[in-house]
Design a protein around this ligand. Structure first.
Ligand code: ADP
Ligand code: ZN
Length: 211
């Protein structure tokens, strides 16, 4: 299965991606995670992206398109993949089409802005491995400590409230138009994000089983 996950920042794409990835045995490709890893490793791409990512703006299309092109050529993508956070603009979606990548569906997880702002304030990430948690919805076994690697859990710079508002704005202006883009291709699936992660998962898995 080749799947695109759409949705506002904080709608729970990453969490659902992890579950789908395990169930269908396909990798999740998160442009956000790839960029943050590059940033941590101090690569040239990471340095270029830093100012954008910290301020919540989108990294330029050519940079993320390059990342995706390279990643999709890896052998583990042959049986399918989940794109989490790509495409985020119409030119990115067009680039994917032009690469000859024919996705099965674009699944949009919908959560309203007020709820997003509330959720983002509780989001925490592991500074070592990047795993993400939530103070209310996805607690680690030990407060402030990553289950996976024991790293310290911190607030991502772009999850600060002011930046979240800007990111939502960008989402509505630049990413939401992708819903009509994929609707035209008859690939759009909409799932309402629920309060409980497992309830959203149930809706997501049911929708995917019907593709
Ligand atoms: P979230 O899951 O909260 O939406 P991500 O980890 O996907 O956040 O993305 C964080 C940041 O990484 C974005 O605000 C943006 O700066 C950059 N980024 C990730 N994916 C893309 C993309 N497809 N196009 C442009 N910028 C991107
Ligand atoms: Zn960790």
């Amino acid at each position: 299965m080749k799947l695109i996950l759409l949705g506002a920042p904080g709608a729970g794409k990453g969490t659902q991606a992890e579950i789908i990835s395990e169930k269908y045995d396909i990798p999740t490709i998160s442009t956000g995670n790839i960029i943050r890893a590059a940033l941590k490793n101090g690569t040239e791409m990471g340095l270029k992206a830093k100012a954008y990512i910290d301020s919540g703006r989108l990294v330029p299309d050519d940079v993320v398109i390059g990342i995706i092109k390279e990643r999709l050529s890896d052998t583990d993508c042959q049986n399918g993949f989940i794109l989490d956070g790509f495409p985020r603009t119409i030119p990115q979606a067009e680039a994917l089409d032009n690469m000859g990548v024919n996705v099965d569906a674009a699944l949009s997880i919908e959560v309203d802005d007020r709820e997003i702002v509330k959720r983002m304030s509780g989001r925490r990430v592991c500074e070592k491995c990047g795993a993400s948690y939530h103070t209310e919805f996805k607690k680690p076994a030990n407060d402030g400590v990553c289950d996976a690697c024991g790293g310290k859990l911190v607030i991502r710079k772009d999850d600060e409230p002011d930046t979240v508002h800007d990111r939502l704005d960008i989402y509505h202006k630049q990413t939401e138009p992708l819903k009509s883009y994929y609707k035209t291709q008859d690939k759009l699936i909409i799932v309402e994000g629920q309060d409980k992660v497992s309830d959203t998962t149930e809706l997501v898995l049911k929708a995917l089983s019907e593709i």
